[in-house]
Design a protein around this ligand. Sequence first.
Ligand code: FPP
Ligand code: MG
Ligand code: MG
Length: 383
Amino acid sequence: DPNAPISLDPFRTVAKEMKFLTSNIRQLIGSGHPTLDTVSKYYTQSEGKYVRPMLVLLMSRATALAPKLPRDISPYSVNSPLTRPGILSDGNPSAPDGDLTRLSSIGHDAAYRPEDSDILPSQRRLAEITELIHTASLLHDDVIDHSISRRSAPSANIEFGNKMAVLAGDFLLGRASVALARLRDPEVTELLATVIANLVEGEFMQLKNTARDEKNPAWTEDTVSYYLQKTYLKSASLISKSCRAAAILGQSTPEVVEAAYLYGKNLGLAFQLVDDMLDYTISGAELGKPAGADLELGLATAPLLFAWKDNKSLGKLVGRKFSGEGDVQTAREIVSESTGLEQTRALAQEYVDKAIEAISPFPDSEAKTGLIEMCTKVMKRRK
Ligand code: FPP
Ligand code: MG
Ligand code: MG
């Protein structure tokens, strides 16, 4: 139908940059130790969704057209000559791949000329850093959650064991930190370092279902706000602060930086709400990771919290983290007979609407449309 509205694939807008993302990431995490190299690169072999780098690239392009600071500071180029070579090659076994010379270059095709791109090399590097931090958190998360699969393959803890999975995650964080330092922007460094701390804080909040672990907790308004704070730290912090960092690297004005942050925060909250919904509604085969895992792990997420408001008998089960005989099944039935899933979706939609609202002052562009389209994709996704 030639009259059908052109549906814009947000991926297409930044396809050129995305093409080199995985190979650049593989360069960043190369190690001369063959086993470490294999474990660290394991999740780069499977197709992730690349939500975070795509958002960074789209935000970089969308803010390139928005107001900029009047300063004319030429941005630090990650391709510029190195002042202190050899830091990474201290204490071999270090990487043939991991030496600073190669770490410093951003791969691109022959036709690519940085001066033609409105996305800065530092912003492309930021996109890679976000995926590194995310992948590190998945390596650790699968150990904590005793998960057996990720991206439709055995998870790294299953393939290589807990010790190597944890160490590979730490290695990724180390290399992400090196790449971050090389952006030579203290504010951006501070933001992404805070994200790493926030991920741990969110995971700790999740270890407890309520602010105080009680035997028979009562449902209060705090129940949902505690969950949302945890959700911000665990998921929305990385997305929001990397969107903010993208705008900062592009010399955007404070208003634009704030808008980028609010977009990321609201999209990030919606993203995790949908994730918690899919855990109830989609099969493990389709998700590519275990389904129905949250209740098994003792976790009360949004669908259950909304169901609990109308069915106070869930409090006891929440208190014992669904560890009683038949608790998981009982909770699942109560949730499915409740409006918990609908309410979760509705709340996610509210956040997505706020995300779109936040960037409405940006000048119209393909990248801005891509950011709006990402919101639709988050709401429609099944994995
Ligand atoms: C996935 O959640 C996990 C996260 C979003 C973050 C996990 C954070 C940590 C393990 C903290 C320490 C890690 C680092 C690198 C600082 P999920 O288990 O709900 O989702 P899943 O279904 O994809 O496993
Ligand atoms: Mg998990
Ligand atoms: Mg987890």
